[in-house]
Design a protein. Sequence first.
Length: 269
Amino acid sequence: ELPPSEFMQVADSTWLVLSVVSNGRAPSGCQATGVTKIARSVIAPLAEHHVSVLMLSTYQTDFILVRERDLPVVIHTLAGEFDIYKEESGECVPVTCDDVSNGFLKPKPAASPTLHPVQSPQTRFCVLTVAPDTLPAIATMLIDVLFYSHSPPKEAGAGSKDLDSITFFSFSLIEGYISIVMDAETQKRFPSDLLLTSLTGELWRMVRIGGQPLGFDECGIVAQIAEPLAAADISAYYISTFNFDHALVPEEGIGEVIQLLQQRQESGR
């Protein structure tokens, strides 16, 4: 519905949101544990069936976005392990393979995914939430940070594995729940009594996937990161964007993460 604009680039696909819940209940009251929980059961099987996904981790839970045209393949891939429901008029209705069999095409064998470069900026990040009723108190600051305060990000030199810093700020509002990712310096600009984080208050480091805009036609990019982290039992937040993918891991584990991903790249060559 947005008017055409020379300043806006729009992907030509419509995406649907998948949310993985336990015992039929969404974990709305607890903090997400990241993509490692669903790496083997959801992300890897979809990559094997050549389904491209976008990943969005939030403070509360994790969401997987798939292209609408891939829905038949997604249902057939996941139905063996999951009970699948769709939302109709606010109600959850069971979905069976028969519901989406029309037009189902047997997926082509997936080609070996491209192993994209991984960069690790030195920036330290916080994963936060705020109570919805306190949002007006920080609205002006949010607008300033989102639209007016950022300087152009520094790009890594050719062949560089690290960035000195990266400009990254993520705000999501999903079903009334707010999730924010910001760097530790930006956090100091907000009232500390309004920002809520986990009891440990840990800081996170980022690995950014891709040396140039990734596009949406590849598959296996999320799996490239999620699978080795899941095997090492390392929690991560994962945020796909239009141009790059980003994984946030606990600060104390960044060295192990970089080593794991470098080993993965070397073994894939």
